[in-house]
Design a protein around this ligand. Structure first.
Ligand code: PLP
Length: 364
């Protein structure tokens, strides 16, 4: 008999992309990290952090970063919550809004961490299949009658956006909390964000992160923006010092360099669109992505019965060449595809030429 709680023992650990050994000269395209370093202002801020900042407890209310975020977004500091990565905020949402027995509805496929977070607090996530073309079915989400609906927009791992008008309709019709996770919003076309809805939708909570577009995965800073009562609930549920002194200084520095963000995200978008074109030319199926990754379906050979064998073979071949991509082998609708994060142009050239070679020599 274990002394841990049964629902914790039954948790399926969230599956992450493989981390190559540190010594390896890997091309790492499996965790949607930025291929570019953080802004030079971040390196500067890192050098400036003194021992004093480490000796003292940081401001428990994280006021400086909240104020800077509020100003950037045209919101009030009281509408902002900062977390130890948006993954912490996802856990806090489960803790504060879902609880034991609570039901969270989410599209499937989408970001699996919502499932884990719901189960970890004794709640339950109900995956609602997307349509055949992977677009989100908002009516089906509503029909679950869940306490919380969680969307990723643009969605992962499809890369597809849901129009703001649909999010608005969903927020109006859903009596509970609507979470819109905008982890990839800086790679999307203007007009994709649900931010303009905040004024009239008090049940809307938007999540963002410094991990992806600001290249700060290692610092662990994410934030939520929404109505004050929602933010207040997260504040009560969190640890006192949930964001450390070093990381908040780095996030503040990254936020101050808007030009750098624009430049690096534009570069990623250009590389993404070029790669999507090249892959289609090679016969791959590629969903039109508004993120920093592509969902790629390698062509299936005429005599092949199992479409997922192609994806498995290509992933293994890439892996042997030190190119890491993400495969969702256990998901029936994704097992024939690979999720490929957008790297630098030269990393993507290495990836593309390997795909081309594999297609020419395939024996799978
Ligand atoms: C990467 C990612 C996150 C996690 O971001 P962190 O801030 O690093 O915890 C959250 N949501 C989605 C959809 C992501 O892809």
């Amino acid at each position: 008999m274990s002394i841990a709680l049964p629902h914790i023992l039954q948790l399926e650990p969230y599956k992450l992309g493989e981390q190559p050994p540190e010594c390896a000269q890997a091309v790492k395209l499996n965790q949607n990290e930025s291929p570019y370093p953080p802004s030079p202002k971040v390196a500067e801020a890192l050098r400036r952090i003194g021992e004093e900042a480490l000796r003292r407890y940081p401001d428990p209310e994280c006021r400086e970063l909240r104020a800077a975020l509020a100003e950037r977004l045209g919101a009030e500091p009281g509408q902002l919550f900062v977390g130890n990565g948006s993954s912490e905020i996802i856990s806090l949402i489960a803790k504060a809004f879902l609880g034991s027995g609570g039901v969270l509805a989410m599209p499937d496929p989408s970001f699996g961490l919502y499932l884990t977070a719901a189960a970890a607090c004794g709640g339950r996530a109900v995956p609602v299949p997307t349509r055949d073309d992977f677009t989100v079915d908002t009516d089906a989400l509503l029909a679950v009658g869940a306490k919380v609906i969680a969307l990723v927009n643009p969605n992962a791992p499809t890369g597809l956006p849901l129009p703001v008008s649909e999010i608005d309709r969903l927020a109006a019709a859903h009596p509970g909390l609507l979470v819109v996770d905008e982890a990839y919003i800086d790679y999307a076309e203007p007009g994709t964000s649900a931010l303009p809805l905040l004024d009239r939708r008090p049940n809307l909570l938007i999540l963002r992160t410094f991990s992806k577009s600001y290249a700060l995965c290692g610092a662990r800073v994410g934030y939520a923006v929404g109505g004050r009562p929602l933010i207040e609930a997260l504040e009560r549920a969190r640890d006192i010092y949930n964001v450390n002194a070093v990381s908040r200084a780095l996030a503040l520095a990254a936020l101050s360099d808007e030009a750098y963000l624009r430049e690096t995200t534009a570069a990623v978008r250009a590389t993404r669109d070029r790669c999507a074109g090249e892959l289609r030319r090679l016969g791959c199926g590629v969903l039109p992505s508004q993120t920093n990754f592509l969902l790629v379906q390698p062509p299936v050979r005429r005599d092949q019965r199992d479409a997922s064998a192609s994806a498995a073979s290509l992933a293994a071949s890439l892996r042997a060449a030190g190119i890491y991509v993400r495969r969702f082998a256990d998901h029936p609708r994704l097992s024939d595809r690979l999720r490929v994060s957008i790297g630098t142009d030269s990393e993507m050239d290495a990836f593309l030429s390997h795909v081309e070679q594999w297609l020419a020599n395939r024996r799978d």
